[in-house]
Design a protein around this ligand. Structure first.
Ligand SMILES: [Ca+2]
Ligand SMILES: [Ca+2]
Length: 147
């Protein structure tokens, strides 16, 4: 609990402290887990994943989800990527290519990346693999644009 709080505060400090502070993909994943891993077992159950999608992003089962630009704008506010980086991320997330980010996309990605083991939850390692694969950030730290 304390450890997560300290991680979060240091990340929040980074995010708020300076416009030039980029979050790495690893730091974004830490933030996602801080917000979404409500039982703090370092795994995102699909219930936890669905709850954060619904509460933070308005992505509900069977719902309309977000347009690419809506998702991009929300992502920039949350995680301080540059607009082009966030936009490319949104386009990659739209795996069924219907120009919307919906639970269909999220479920497809969960099906791909909940793989090691396939146990109905995202370990942090699985989520990192997912984010590194889908986020346009080159794999080196701080390598992407931010605002
Ligand atoms: Ca959990
Ligand atoms: Ca889609």
């Amino acid at each position: 609990m304390m450890e997560s709080l300290v991680v979060f505060l240091s990340i929040a400090g980074l995010a708020l402290g300076a416009n030039t502070a980029c979050l790495t993909v690893d730091q974004i994943v830490d933030m996602v887990f801080f917000e979404a891993d409500t039982d703090m077992d370092n795994n995102l159950s699909m219930q936890e994943f669905s709850a954060t999608l619904e509460n933070n992003w308005g992505i509900t089962p069977g719902g309309a989800g977000l347009s690419i630009s809506e998702f991009t704008n929300l992502w920039v506010i949350h995680y301080h990527d540059s607009h082009p980086t966030a936009h490319d991320f949104a386009v990659n997330l739209d795996i069924n290519n219907d120009k919307r980010i919906t639970d269909v996309d999220m479920n497809m990605y969960a099906g791909i990346y909940d793989a090691n083991p396939m146990d109905g939850q995202f370990s942090k390692e699985e989520f990192l693999t997912f984010m590194h694969a889908v986020h346009p950030d080159p794999h080196n730290a701080g390598g992407h644009g931010c605002h």
